[in-house]
Design a protein around this ligand. Sequence first.
Ligand SMILES: Nc1nc2c(ncn2[C@@H]2O[C@H](COP(=O)(O)OP(=O)(O)OP(=O)(O)O)[C@@H](O)[C@H]2O)c(=O)[nH]1
Length: 774
Amino acid sequence: MNSNHSEQQLQQRVYADRCRRLQAHLVDTKALLRELGDYSRTKWPVHYPLGRGGRAGDTGAAGLRRSSSMVMGGSAGSAGGEHPAPMRRAMTLEDAQGGRDADDADEAEDSAGLRVLRLDVRLAYHGDADVVGSLEESSIARLFDERLAQSAAHIDKLLARVGDRSSKILVTGDLNAGKSTLVNALLRQDILPSDQQPCTMLFCEVVDASLNAGAEDIHGVPSIAAYSRADPRTFERVARSDLEDVVAENGAGFQQLKIYTRSRGHGTLLHNGSVDVALIDSPGLNRDSLKTTQLFARQEEIDVVVFVVNAENHFTLSGQDFLASAGNEKARIFIVVNRFDAIRRRDRCERMILDQIRDLSPLTYAERDDLVHFVSAHEQLAAASEPFARMERSLRAFALEQRFKSKLAPAQRYAMNVLGDVQYVAAESVAAATRRIQQINAQLRESLPRYETLLVERAAASRTAEAVLDDGCLEVRRHTAAHLANATLHLQDVADKVPYAGLLALWAYAERVLLAMVRHLEHEVAECDRFACFAIQQARTELSALDVRRRGIEGAPSPHDASEELLPPSLSPDMSVELPPVGTVSNALDSAQLELSDFVDLDLTRSWGALTSLTASASLALLASKSVAAHALALLRLSSAMGTHTARRVMVASAVLIGAGSVLYVVSDMDATVRRNLSARLSLMLDDEGFAARHAERLATEASRAVRPFVWHLQHSFQRMVEAEELRRADHLRRRHAAQDSQVYFDELRIKAHDLANAVRAVGAADSTDAARL
Ligand SMILES: Nc1nc2c(ncn2[C@@H]2O[C@H](COP(=O)(O)OP(=O)(O)OP(=O)(O)O)[C@@H](O)[C@H]2O)c(=O)[nH]1
């Protein structure tokens, strides 16, 4: 007895230690899922293996088939025992048939598809993997993120369950199988009503009165979720005398009865000294669908299912259904075949029922000596029987000593599954990141020559364009300067072509000469403008050719591309060049007026002045004239040789002759004088005002103004191409950096998940190890 007690204590400590370790690992697993979700959401979307669906060990189509069938058959939360689902059941049966425990099953499933974090993409799935694969990566990442959150929430539930020190035993089975009688027998008291007709209408949870401060009491609970023993508003007290009616009628519509009772006798299941046990009697199956649904809904908080079979009926259809679905959650079911006292051919009955169990719950069948019992609860109430005592011991062992299997294993299995999935998606994400890095490297390598060519082309085109502009402007400047300088120099040629109509029309003649020269200069300026237009046109054509060449460079935006800057109409090379009006060709010409000096030479002017001032003395006038000074001197010398009187007469005659000749000469040469003087004067004026240089400057500036936008456009377009390429390269580099980060992150995550999975697995290690550690 003592050794039994100390062994039980040791097992309790082992169990407590396992609970603690598993709780810590569950917390770590949850943190890992959160971290993965955060990373996937904010940094790099996790790579969900849609294309193949299988684990790393799977190959091609087989992996896809397996994954697809899982996707089609199971719901998102079905794996890992979260909710019952066909796929999960299939796996459980498979595990059981192989006689393996949960850990072995996990090992065997390492090559299967995702188990817990599988996405339900049925809406998008039409039997074609490509359709699934075409789902946007971000949508998948979002779905996956939701799946991670669901999984974390489920871990919270598991944590609560593992941390719950109580053990809940649900007693269920067909109508009238003797469930209530069995619970009474286990409690050693006739507390629950039993009847030949179906009488249990609601769940009756029987717990030790120590959980109600030692007071025996019955609470009718309208809402299980809201129930609190300490809050009278959440329940209705039921008198013991009314219990039978309430259980049979449930007129108040309670969801549950909570029955606090003091144990009668020693060593009852409820009062075992270590764990709080709750025995839950339930309405018989197939009473109505609502009750059945409630039953299923409650499975998650149930640690042990005791299924009561009426030995006279064997398994009914609803019993079979229940067992099949309960097997999803509880791999092993504790089966009590009751009313065995009423059976005549017991061995045959036993064989037939065991055969049914083998098909319905292979794991239970495998441990049938401990899990399947043929008893008579009715007889037990009257007097203790050995089969019942054996059943009770087994149940206690199952509920208390093997709590790991009933309570911790599902949590452990879930954690193993989810960590396996994390390793899988992490490995897939590492592979995807590696592929992405290689892809980006290839893109960078591939685009480098294009980028370098672009830089060279840009520099060359810019140089050429500047040269075209400079050369064009220089040519315009040079041509204009030379052309107008020449025109200025040869103004007299223009004047010479103006017909002379005689002395009487001399003034009008001079006016026409002046006008002709002005018109000529205007014409020459216009000529220079035309040349400038031609030079501009030529430069534009050359620049347009450079732009055409630019568009031909690989990677240049197409003309329809939004990023390609359209050539404004003003920059069309086909547009005729128009320079702004010249305005004033020359200020000097505009203000030019005929002057007296235009009609006479400067030298004659002086003679003419002398002649008019000295009317009495032609010789003096002649003497005063510089041009005839030499003649005057000669005459003086001659006069000294001749007599004074003779000389004076000769001199006067000479003076008259010279004066008359001079006047004649001046008059007859007046048109030439006008042409000469006028052209010379204009030429001088034009030189003074920098006529040629000013127009050369004007036209060079106009040419620059007309051509420069083409150069800018070309340079700007090149710059945009270079910038676009640089942006592409920078983007590649940024994405490569992110991929490298994620490669490292997911690899570390994989290792972390692997280590954690090993630690979770170690929680299920042999008891001897635990015992040695403790
Ligand atoms: N012969 C025999 N009769 C039993 C045994 N156990 C229960 N009964 C009888 O079977 C009838 C039904 O028993 P209950 O305990 O009410 O059965 P139940 O499964 O709780 O019934 P519901 O909750 O109404 O579905 C009662 O008349 C019991 O006396 C048994 O071991 N042998």
